[in-house]
Ligand binder design. Sequence first.
Ligand SMILES: [Zn+2]
Length: 340
Amino acid sequence: MLSPSFFRINSAKHLCRFFDLRPQTMLVFRMTKAFLPFAFCLLTSAFCHSQSEMIKYAHQIVDTLASPGMHGRGYVLKGDSIAADYIKKEFKKLGLKPLGKEFYQKFTFPVRVAQKDSIEVDAKYHSDYQTQNILGYIKGTQHPDSFIVFSAHYDHLGMRGKDVYFPGANDNASGCAMLLTLAKYYAKQALPLEGGGGGGLKYSIAFMAFGGEEIGLLGSKYYVEHPIFPLKQIKFLINMDIMGTGDEGIKVVNATEHKKEFETLVKINEEKKLLPSVQPRGKAKNSDHYFFEEAGVKTFFIYTLGGIKAYHDIYDKPETLPLTKFEETFELLTEFVNTF
Ligand SMILES: [Zn+2]
């Protein structure tokens, strides 16, 4: 892998990933070595200018959530709360309404938190550390009491010692970027059409950013035990965790539980030629869909496959997160929701 500083070169960073990830491109470059400087300029401008508004917004979310100021979105220096505040502000900005009385659903749990200037051995024990889920929604017009739910956890592993933090770009700033991108899209869909008449959504759509995932799915478990509206009003829940690549497609947890919905997903993907593969997987207790599914809610947990391998380490950085199939995955999800 190229050194991180190489990737840092501002807007050229996406281009660099382009070089890094596409062998065909490398071949073309070798063949046209003499014209390399010219080809480089041409490709730089073409590629950088072609970056869509959606990808720009997604990178902005990932860059912010995975920045040093979020302290790894764990419990050292209240990184979790800084991240939650940012997501709450985005929800507000996009025009979402709080699902409960406010956007936050607070809950507590016991945790050992390292002190600012010490190593973990000196961690302080908190018997009731407070964190939160952030819950917003857009009201549907035809069936406002039925919900499609999108969820993604925003917490990550925090810090080790006073200098090392885990950025958690793919896990799961990328899922939060998808959550907010979907919120932005549906907020627009809900607006009245120009020249009068209703835009509007068939169902209400809820957006749930869960805390406490990395320490045992605590935020989503708390929500299932303290739902804001009856769980049976959820038509379908799509949980998104690790949305940053997609070079090899996506994996769908609970595909074997909901065969009809999975077939729909595969059919849309084939018709629209979006992702290289949509692969089935059975039940798994590996992200925030789990306690919903156990409580009788139909859920899929979707994660992207291929590309960079950084996971739960300090290399899961925004600079190297390609968002390869972000737009295609977005299209697949919105087309899937259209079938309800
Ligand atoms: Zn995760």
